[in-house]
Design a protein. Structure first.
Lengths: 219, 219
DNA sequence: CGACCTGTTGATTCTGCTCAATCAACGTGG
DNA sequence: CCACGTTGATTGAGCAGAATCAACAGGTCG
């Protein structure tokens, strides 16, 4: 049984910047018009314990979805960028909280009639599930270098990048997403740099020099 | 920001044995009658790469949902027991594969009309997502003992157990679910046993002696 | 009985965490 | 303009926890 690699659970990259992936577009058609609200860096979009409300569409910027252990350790279950929908949780209270990373525009998706948002909610929810399951494999069965490589490949695909990836989030966020410490994240990047797989033009930019090597490392 | 503990994303335990949780029941009402098929231990229910088909309901027995890394390491993303529905994946090819663990009866859920299965699919899919996100926290931010304790608490809740938990799956499966090796699973159980939190009446039974201690360890 | 499979236990290795120092970038106030 | 504090990132040293390697025990089935 061979592994099928390079799944793509995101909206097609070409649509990402505008948020006009077909399933998302159809979702928008079922919503009441709603203004885009702006969130400042680290501002909370919804908190843990709040009652679950509508879905959210990222118009621009980046968002992190988090959860805490009893002793205060954080796990980021997903990052969301322009064109992506988040806020999927069972009815009741939010078990995750969502925060803005850098300054983002978020549109609320409120159904325009009692019939609801239509079948595309399920489509997008299943994508979210598939991404979470990919991430289970990463957290459970990869070492630090593999995690880092997989993370960069994922960002590369989602950003429609030619060669330079933007790291909007900081090392601590990456660490809490990959199940590492920020020191280990720093070291993993260093290893990739010294292997000439990437370059680091600035603290929050990664230039991919050897994509196939990166993909190979990503397992 | 405090953590909300003891979520329960499963069907209510009282319904588990019969598979008659409200959302599942309503799902059944929208399906064409379909016989229960029996799977033998380790038999494949659907394979990676197969095209995604219907949903599945466990009538009795246990099922594991798996995925492989490129180098053949396995991550089990979920176990499913009587009364639970599985098979949620985006349209296209299965990225996970499902196997029977011990001998199980599985009912296919085929929609009885073109209108589909109704809104309850989303409800159950979101439960599955929430469980996956819980598991992300476990894999990313817990140590071996915490993982083991959390696993036992989860089984305890889902089995409607009074004190004795049935471990239908073997050590290797538990390890691949918790992101550990089977040796570490064995040692983690030993630690809990020596702390008088559990007893091991037999290889595949765990008697819970101190539930609150177990819950505390589970973070 | 022997072969095999699963699980337990022990010894050793190694990856990634912890603790700590240093550095660069940035903003503020004198 | 520079001194200072702050914050995020990098780097180093030492340690701990889990993986690996290996031996062995118990059970099952031919």
């Amino acid at each position: 049984m061979l592994t099928q690699l390079n799944h793509n659970h995101s909206a097609p990259a070409a649509f990402a910047a505008t948020g006009r992936d077909p399933a998302v577009q159809s979702l928008l058609a079922h919503t009441r018009p709603c203004a885009v609200s702006f969130y400042r860096p680290n501002e909370v979009i919804y908190a843990q314990g709040e009652s679950v409300g509508p879905l959210y569409l990222v118009e621009f910027g980046a968002v992190r979805i988090c959860r805490l252990t009893a002793d205060g350790r954080r796990q980021i279950s997903a990052f969301h960028f322009a064109g992506e929908v988040f806020g999927f949780e069972p009815a009741g209270e939010h078990e995750n909280y969502a925060e803005c990373i850098d300054g983002a525009g978020i549109r609320l998706l409120r159904p325009n009639a009692e019939e609801g948002l239509g079948g595309n909610v399920l489509t997008i929810a299943l994508r979210t599930l598939a991404r979470a399951q990919d991430h289970l494999l990463l957290l459970g069965r990869m070492n630090a270098s593999q995690k880092m490589a997989a993370f960069l490949v994922d960002l590369f695909d989602r950003q429609d990048a030619v060669s330079v990836i933007d790291l909007t989030m900081q090392r601590n966020d990456i660490a809490d997403y990959l199940g590492l410490t920020f020191e280990t994240v720093s070291r993993a990047l260093k290893v990739l740099k010294e292997a000439s797989v990437i370059r680091l033009p600035s603290v929050n930019q990664v230039e991919v020099l050897n994509l196939s090597a990166l993909q190979r490392l990503a397992g």
